[in-house]
Design a protein around this ligand. Structure first.
Ligand code: N01
Length: 547
């Protein structure tokens, strides 16, 4: 119900932004450029988000550096020099620090400050935000730039407290690094993170034991130095390259085919040749972009999956290890397709052992190592590459309360509910950057972040120009969007896998497919259309009326 609000309360800031990764930094820049006041709160003691926390050996982005970078500033694009085809974590972190300095962002960022609560004050029409340092402030808008993979999954290994050796979580790696020389090291997990860690640690440790529960598909990165001439060529072509990426499926410069050819219709020899070429070039996204129907058509998927399994068998010399490393539990691409440098080759080393946790499950950690059903593996150190409470973890970690004091945890008890992945009904003036049910993790995140930030900034400018105090997703528009997201996902093979995309990795999490699979380009058009129609599907409330 609306009540007249004669004395609107001035908030401390036009917007509070939570998180200072790629999303929070650009959001701050856009809002300030548009004349809004904004404050960023960041839990870390530096900017960088994902790239601040994930400092584990081998951490590297699986999108090419020239594409995994902001496109909003042509000067920045031209100025920054990338050293490798795929950027290492320290280089991305240096880039983000450069961005923070270049655009003078630091003065509006509070570091070491974790937002614990955000409550919508209906009477005053503003958000009251609290942090773990006891600070409080108010803002008209709250923008969650909290990342899709920022809350590590809690370790769920029996007896972990008994282990006397060192334990390392990849997502909270010691800043000064770790020297594993002379140590017996165990790695739990074989997802994207572990696949990067394992080859690095194997080169240093005396012995490495990899505890695998589920084998994953991985494609070679073929990383290497980015030659000056190649970088110059990309820089000269940036306007065209970015335009292509914005309209693409995955946010990389691969055009949508006019008449996509079905993979199952391609003669085996021709398909094999294409896959050999892609394999030699490296890159997971380009493999999927070349045959996007592998995510939809089981036959197409089976053909490409068998090609990858053939590569694993050809690489790993021990046939038993090779079979264990061949994924059979899920179609290719339905868990994140990993990108590696020497992952499968690492299992040919004398100092590496692969343990199949399906055949011999973990019984417990002991003081000296890890006991499976048939052996005790003595370890000096244990690396947990066990994944994240993805997509919703960071949002639900805060006590977010919207209209009528209803908490987001309550509203999302059966899974996330959003309109376009940008907003949630019942939570006025709250925006999510790359929120659940947007393309986010299925794309080059930087492209998706820029699209959301631009959309949100343009929206706030629109509201200000019209004296509108409040914007809120309408429940019917939200329900329609969710039905569309689910229908698109259900038309693919994606929901078949027990992946973090469906929350299957976190016990008790509702099983819902949490990303939009319609592609970044088509999604962008939809968002632009909503804006062009005066924010269709949102309720806009003028200033003279309380919300
Ligand atoms: O996490 P994951 P991740 N006992 O959830 C295993 C992005 N990323 O950090 O599959 C034994 O994929 C678990 O086994 P299972 C990327 O989007 C990007 O590797 O549940 N094993 C699995 O093997 C990626 O998808 C980049 O059977 C346990 C592993 O731990 C996302 O982050 C680099 C276990 C977790 O794999 C997450 O990747 C890194 C247990 N109790 C990450 N609990 C790049 O840009 C979990 N596991 C390259």
């Amino acid at each position: 119900m609306n009540h007249p609000r004669p004395h609107p309360t001035r908030p401390d800031f036009d917007a509070v932004i939570v998180g200072a990764g790629f999303a929070g930094l650009y959001m701050l820049h856009r809002l300030r450029e548009a004349g809004f006041t904004a404050r960023v709160f960041e839990a870390g003691d530096g900017v960088g988000g994902t790239w601040y926390w994930n400092r584990y050996p081998g951490a590297r982005c699986d999108i090419e550096s020239v594409d995994y970078s902001y496109s909003f500033s042509p000067e920045l694009e031209q100025a920054w020099e990338w050293s490798e085809r795929y950027p290492r974590q320290p280089e991305i972190l240096a880039y983000l620090n450069h961005v923070a300095d270049r655009f003078d962002l630091r003065r509006d960022i509070a570091l070491n400050t974790r937002v614990t609560a955000a409550h919508f004050d209906q009477g005053a029409g503003l958000w009251r935000v609290e942090n773990d340092r006891g600070g409080r402030c108010t803002a008209q808008y709250c923008v969650m730039a909290t990342g899709c993979l920022s809350v590590p999954k809690a370790p769920d290994l029996p007896g972990i407290e008994r282990f006397a050796g060192a334990t390392y979580l990849t997502a909270a790696w010691p800043r000064d690094g770790v020297d594993f020389t002379g140590q017996r090291v165990g790695v739990i997990g074989t997802g994207s993170t572990a696949i990067q860690v394992i080859p690095q640690v194997a080169r240093q440790a005396e012995h490495l034991t990899v505890f695998q529960r589920t084998a994953n598909f991985s494609v070679p990165a073929r990383n290497g130095p980015l030659e000056a001439a190649e970088q110059q060529r990309v820089k000269a072509d940036y306007p065209h390259r970015r335009a292509l990426s914005r309209q693409s499926l995955f946010g990389i410069p691969v055009a949508l085919p006019d008449t996509p050819r079905r993979t199952r219709d391609i003669p085996p020899a021709e398909l094999n040749q294409t896959l050999e070429t892609l394999w030699a070039q490296g890159g997971a996204m380009s493999l999927l972009a070349a045959a996007p129907d592998v995510l939809v058509d089981p036959e197409a998927n089976a053909r490409v999956a068998e090609f990858v399994r053939g590569k694993i068998r050809a690489t790993v010399s021990d046939p038993r290890a090779a079979e264990l490393l061949c994924p059979t539990s899920h179609p290719l691409g339905t868990k994140r397709l990993c990108l590696d440098t020497d992952y499968y080759e690492t299992f040919n080393r004398d100092n590496v052992t692969l343990v199949d946790l399906r055949a011999t499950p973990v019984e417990t950690l002991t003081e000296h190592g890890l006991r499976t059903r048939d052996a005790e593996h003595r370890l000096d150190a244990l690396i947990l590459a066990t994944g994240f409470d993805a997509m919703t973890g960071a949002l639900l970690a805060m006590d977010i309360r919207g209209r009528d004091g209803r908490s987001l945890r309550e509203a999302w008890a059966d899974g996330p509910h959003t309109y376009l992945g940008l907003a949630s009904a019942g939570f006025p003036n709250l925006f999510l950057i790359t929120g659940p049910q947007s393309p986010s993790v299925f794309t080059n995140m930087v492209m998706s972040i820029e699209q959301h930030v631009d959309w949100i900034a343009d929206c706030l400018i629109y509201l200000r120009a019209r004296g509108i105090r409040s914007i809120e997703a309408s429940a019917p528009a939200q329900a329609q969007w969710e039905a569309h997201v689910a229908a698109v996902a259900d038309a693919t093979l994606m929901p078949q896998a027990d992946s973090w995309y469906v929350g299957a990795n976190v016990p008790g999490k509702p099983r819902v497919f949490m990303a939009y699979l319609g592609g970044l380009g088509p999604y962008r058009q939809r968002c632009d259309q909503v804006a062009a129609q005066g924010y269709a599907g949102f309720a806009l409330t003028p200033a003279a009326v309380a919300v």
